[in-house]
Design a binder for this molecule. Structure first.
Ligand code: C2E
Ligand code: MG
Ligand code: MG
Length: 625
């Protein structure tokens, strides 16, 4: 309770005490002398001491004036009230006794009681004043031999009961007032909490998007130094993979850890805010914005390059950063953020680049990306997705033994969009799951048609990490196989090497499930990741696709040696080897010489629409371009 008196209750008490002190002092100053003159005019009433009354009224006046003149004294108003009341509380009983217990003095006593009660909602002080009044009146009347006179006893009883009532009312008021205050405090706390929620991101405890907007706006408005306002848009690379494979709780912990590192690394005058998901925005004003932004970007990239250890997993996080500087790249918050975002996308496209400053042509790319994002949702259902088939040829016989189904997206103007333009967006938005399901279904139906026509062909489809990580993936695969009734051996699933390496344990179980269905599995783009056979041998793989980069340089002696040894190790591990991106006869010869099992590339056939592919396949038109 004492802390309550020290706190807001104290302030309230002071305020109330100040007001009542003035009112009450005013009453005493007016009423006490008035009683003298009124009473003096009544015949038969014995005169009383004007000096005493004026002394009491004077003290009241002095106290009230002091509070009025010296604002600092208001802090002690509650205590001054006690000082003000005591002389009155002593004088009034004296007058009661001296003037023959006149009822008007009893009324004045009650005035004291009520005034005190008004001033202190402190029962302790009320009780103290009551004791002084009653004991003083008892003692004073006893000393004057009037204690036992009925009128004196009645006056004493009235004054005592007046105080008793005051104490009870005072105590009740304290209760009510406390409750009121507590609920007001609670409301204040609640408001503070809501304000915090409105401006702070609860997961990372960083300022949120709203605070960031306000910070940029105030930086743009109040910029007398003509500093450049820098907006940096940061997106963690492949963060969705963490959520998809390890769950959101691990993802959240990682985000929190990344945020903490960001917050630690940026200069104190910069604001790091969470934009949402795995995206952050940094705002900073500086005379040399570009220089400042580059140095922050480098520091950030260096800081997160250190691995994060969460629940026993080691995470290597990288980020892409886009930077927009005011006034060069925009002079309002929305333009700056949009342009920083567009520059971030460029950083993502150029793998390992880290950060980019905005350039006007990035805006066009961003508009296109936005259009793709908006329209891709419908693509899996509106018949605009198409599959092209690229032949895979057996090296020894140069016959087509399989095909890879490669997705394309037909635009309203008839143009075909390549997968690189929309698959990353599909992955980012989760739409890859429905698109992947469409590919699986379309390919299995095609396999069935070729199977029924009497010339079955193996078809490979590309499956992305998000699709593979989806809990329903194996069920959908099983259902599609059953529905279309194809020989599962005719379907091949391609998973990129990086996907495999990143989530070894989860993918391992998934692949075993897929294998039990009779579907074969290929590691795609081998050579772009860690290229580790030590890991690869743990996976139930049927074949391996050597990435195009190996084939491009195969004419050089060293590259040829590497390719040869990769082929023989893969074959020793029981895998067939396909070389991707074979464009020249020379490459073909070298690969054939290196005992590469299969060839895929423009030399033996580009990806083609279904009808073209069928014609090509029937004619077995190898090496035609
Ligand atoms: P990928 O699976 O490695 O497919 C091979 C890519 O190399 C194809 O590009 C193909 O057109 C291209 N290519 C083939 N031979 C040659 C050659 O001789 N020279 C050159 N320069 N390129 C050649 P495309 O069709 O643009 O596909 C790109 C990537 O998009 C694919 O790489 C694959 O990772 C992804 N993708 C394609 N379709 C799908 C799909 O249905 N689902 C998913 N998740 N990803 C897909
Ligand atoms: Mg592929
Ligand atoms: Mg490939």
């Amino acid at each position: 309770m004492s802390s309550f008196y020290q706190g807001p209750y104290r302030t309230w008490l002071e305020r109330t005490a100040t007001v009542t002190l003035w009112v009450y002092s005013g009453l005493i100053v007016v009423l006490l002398p008035a009683f003298h003159f009124v009473l003096a005019a009544i015949p038969g009433v014995p005169p009383d001491s004007l000096t005493e009354r004026l002394a009491a009224a004077g003290i009241s006046a002095v106290v009230a004036l002091s509070v009025w003149l010296f604002p600092d004294l208001r802090r002690y108003a509650a205590d001054l009230q006690l000082l003000n009341v005591l002389p009155v509380a002593i004088v009034v009983p004296m007058l009661v006794v001296d003037s023959g217990n006149h009822p008007l003095y009893v009324a004045a006593s009650l005035l004291v009681a009520v005034g005190v009660q008004q001033a202190y909602y402190r029962t302790r002080d009320l009780v103290l004043t009551a004791i002084v009044v009653c004991v003083w009146q008892a003692a004073y009347s006893a000393a004057h031999g009037v204690f036992s006179q009925p009128a004196n006893l009645v006056a004493l009883a009235i004054v005592a009961s007046g105080y008793l009532i005051a104490v009870v009312i005072g105590a009740l008021r304290i209760r009510i007032q406390q409750n009121e205050l507590e609920s007001r405090l609670e409301a204040q706390r609640m408001k503070k909490h809501l304000d915090r929620l409105a401006y702070i991101d609860t997961l990372t405890e960083l300022p949120n998007r709203q605070s960031m907007f306000e910070r940029v706006r105030s930086a743009l408005d109040g910029n007398p130094l003509r500093e450049q306002v820098v907006v940096m848009f940061i997106d963690l690379d492949r963060f969705k993979d963490v959520n998809d494979t390890l769950g959101h709780s691990v993802g959240d912990v990682l985000l929190h850890a990344v945020s903490a590192r960001f917050a630690k690394i940026v200069p104190s005058e910069a604001l790091v805010a969470r934009w949402g998901g795995d995206e952050f925005v940094i705002v900073v004003s500086s005379a040399n914005g570009r220089h400042m932004a580059s140095s922050i970007a480098k520091d950030l990239l260096r800081a997160i390059a250190e691995p994060f250890v969460i629940e026993g997993y080691e995470f290597f996080v990288s980020a892409s950063i886009g930077i927009a500087v005011c006034p060069e790249h925009g002079d309002d918050v929305h333009t700056l953020v949009r342009n920083a975002d567009a520059a971030m996308y460029r950083a993502k496209e150029v793998a390992g680049s880290g950060y980019f400053f905005f350039e006007p042509e990035m805006h066009t790319a961003a508009v296109l990306r936005q259009r793709i994002r908006n329209e891709l949702r419908k693509a899996a259902h509106d018949g605009t997705l198409e599959l092209h088939y690229q032949p895979i040829v057996e090296t020894s016989t140069t016959r087509i033994i399989a095909a890879e189904a490669l997705i394309r997206w037909r635009q309203p103007d008839g143009e075909l969009l390549a997968p690189d333009a929309f698959i990353p967006i599909a992955e980012e938005t989760g739409l890859i799951v429905s698109i992947g399901t469409w590919v699986l279904d379309a390919v299995c139906r095609q396999i069935r048609r070729w199977q029924d026509a009497g010339h079955p062909l193996i078809v490979a489809i590309n499956v992305s990490a998000h699709q593979l990580a989806h809990p329903a993936f194996v069920d959908v695969l099983r259902d599609t196989l059953t529905e279309t009734g194809i020989d599962p051996g005719l379907l091949e699933i391609e998973i990129t090497e990086t996907t495999m390496m990143r989530y070894i344990d989860d993918i391992l179980t998934r692949l075993h499930e897929i294998k039990t269905l009779g579907v074969s599995v290929t590691v795609d783009d081998f050579g772009t990741g860690y290229s580790s056979f030590a890991y690869l041998k743990r996976f139930p793989l049927d074949s391996l696709k050597l990435d195009r980069t190996f084939v491009t340089g195969i004419e050089h002696r060293e590259d040829r040696a590497i390719v040869r040894s990769l082929i023989s190790v893969a074959q020793a591990l029981g895998m067939r080897v396909t070389a991707e991106g074979v464009e020249s006869r020379m490459q073909f010869e070298i690969l054939a010489d290196s005992r590469c099992d299969q060839i895929q590339g423009f030399l033996t056939g580009r990806p083609m629409p279904l009808a073209d592919f069928e014609r090509f396949y029937r004619g077995d038109g190898v090496t035609r371009q």
